[in-house]
Design a protein around this ligand. Structure first.
Ligand code: AMP
Length: 421
């Protein structure tokens, strides 16, 4: 069946049309028919782009003021006799929506019903920068494609298997009870996808392997995936916790925040901007949030770019050690995301020299790894495998849509892992 996958942000709608089915999932034979995006929604020069395998990128520039128009244009271009990939929207049999935050309500992907919509609405308070846009896209798609099922796939759901010792903060417990302040974790679709594909690459059942998945892109997070269950992850209440990211600070002493607010006379909005937009690789280096530019500047002798690189990789190593202890051993470490898939320097700085943990990187294989493929980059005898798996969150969304409709979508919740009320 042809599934439309929608990922709606504040000023963008990313989309893919994926052909998949229960049989195609089993054979890993599902395929992307088209992908694209509408960017700069709300401006007069919004851009719609469409990529179809084997064709040149098609682009349109026009004024698109809101998400409904954006989804309408997406459907129009998909049905375009020359540029499109379907004859009419009736070929779309279901829509899969990325929803960032499902709180504790959603431990699985679900068919959208009025109750589910209300649940996503309730989670807006937890993700005010994301869920409202996801909902906007959902409502637009429901209006434009009213006769097909819509499925919500949450970034947080995969991590609902974490035990309370991993998700409760050392704060007054009332804050958890009253406001749901706890660690949720994000990038769940990506961690799940790469864990499944790492197990396949190793030729072992997922239920038998302990994997540390490293999603290193503009946003970065790691997860400890213990025999298919996420038991810990580096992002927390928001995507700000954990690793150093493009523009996000990651872990820091919370006492820094009131101190900086007072000393720099910052408002809350300015503090938020500092932590989310002016920190990370960009904040430390003063060069860029883009790892390619950090690597270039470092190669030219820029000391702060080098420091940003060092902090970035050192934190990955620290979490790797922590997760090896948390899971009492590991069988594989997997890299994914724009940086994880493409930077041999980063991978080597993250896992080089960890022979004592059983990790033996094949430095040659690391340097020559083909792009866009799942490959092993550890030495043949390495006790712990090191892998690169290109992530594909849209494919997970399409596959979950099929699973939900077929009634075979598992819940990630682990009975007994609820926190005391
Ligand atoms: P993502 O958010 O997954 O698209 O990843 C974006 C990040 O991947 C940016 O920091 C890019 O600089 C980085 N990236 C993409 N290609 C490369 C590359 N060849 N080497 C290093 N970093 C890369």
């Amino acid at each position: 069946m042809k599934i439309l996958v929608l990922n709606c942000g504040s000023s963008s709608v990313k989309f893919q049309v994926i052909e998949t089915s229960v049989e195609m999932i089993q054979a890993n034979a599902d395929r992307t028919l088209a992908r694209g995006a509408v960017e700069k929604i709300g401006l007069s020069d919004s851009r719609l782009s469409l990529d179809v395998p084997g064709r040149k990128t098609y682009q349109e520039i026009s004024e698109i003021l809101e998400h409904r128009t954006a989804v309408e244009r997406v459907l129009r271009v998909l049905c375009h006799p020359e540029h499109g990939v379907i004859a009419s929207t009736s070929e779309i049999e279901a829509v899969g929506h990325r929803v960032v935050h499902g709180g504790e309500k959603f431990a699985s992907s679900v068919l959208v019903t009025p109750e589910v919509e209300a649940g996503i609405e309730e989670c807006v308070v937890l993700a005010p920068l994301h869920n409202p846009h996801n909902l906007r896209g959902l409502h637009a798609a429901q209006q434009l494609l009213p006769n097909v099922p819509h499925v919500a796939v949450f970034d947080t759901a995969f991590h609902q298997s974490m035990p309370p010792r991993a998700f409760i903060y050392g704060l007054p417990y009332e804050l958890y009870r009253r406001h749901g302040i706890r660690r949720y974790g994000f990038h769940g679709t990506s961690h799940r996808f790469v864990a499944i594909h790492t197990a396949r690459l190793l030729g072992k059942p997922l239920e038998e392997v302990k994997i540390v998945t490293c999603h290193l892109g503009n946003g970065c997070s790691m997860a400890a995936v213990d025999r298919g269950h996420s038991v810990d992850t580096s992002m927390g209440f928001t995507p700000l916790e954990g690793l150093l990211m493009g523009t996000r600070a990651g872990d820091l002493d919370p006492a820094v925040l009131p101190w900086v607010m007072a000393m720099e006379e910052l408002t809350l909005a300015q503090l938020n901007a500092m932590l989310n937009k002016h920190s990370g690789l960009y904040g430390v280096s003063g060069v860029s949030s883009d790892m390619r530019e950090i690597l270039d500047a470092r190669a030219k002798g820029n000391a702060r770019a080098d420091l940003a690189f060092q902090i970035f990789c050192y934190r990955v190593r620290k979490y790797l050690g922590a997760y090896a202890a948390a899971m009492e051993g590991i069988d594989a470490v997997t890299f994914t995301g724009g940086i994880g898939e493409n930077s041999p320097d980063v991978r080597e700085a993250c896992v080089g020299g960890l022979e004592f943990l059983g990790i033996e990187l094949d430095t040659q294989a690391n340097r020559t790894a083909p792009r866009g493929e799942g490959v092993l980059i550890s030495r043949p005898g390495s006790r712990v495998a090191v892998a690169i798996i290109p992530t594909n969150e849209e494919r997970v969304i399409a596959r979950d849509t099929v699973r939900v409709l077929a009634g075979i979508m598992p819940s990630f919740a682990v009975p007994g892992n609820e926190a005391p009320r």
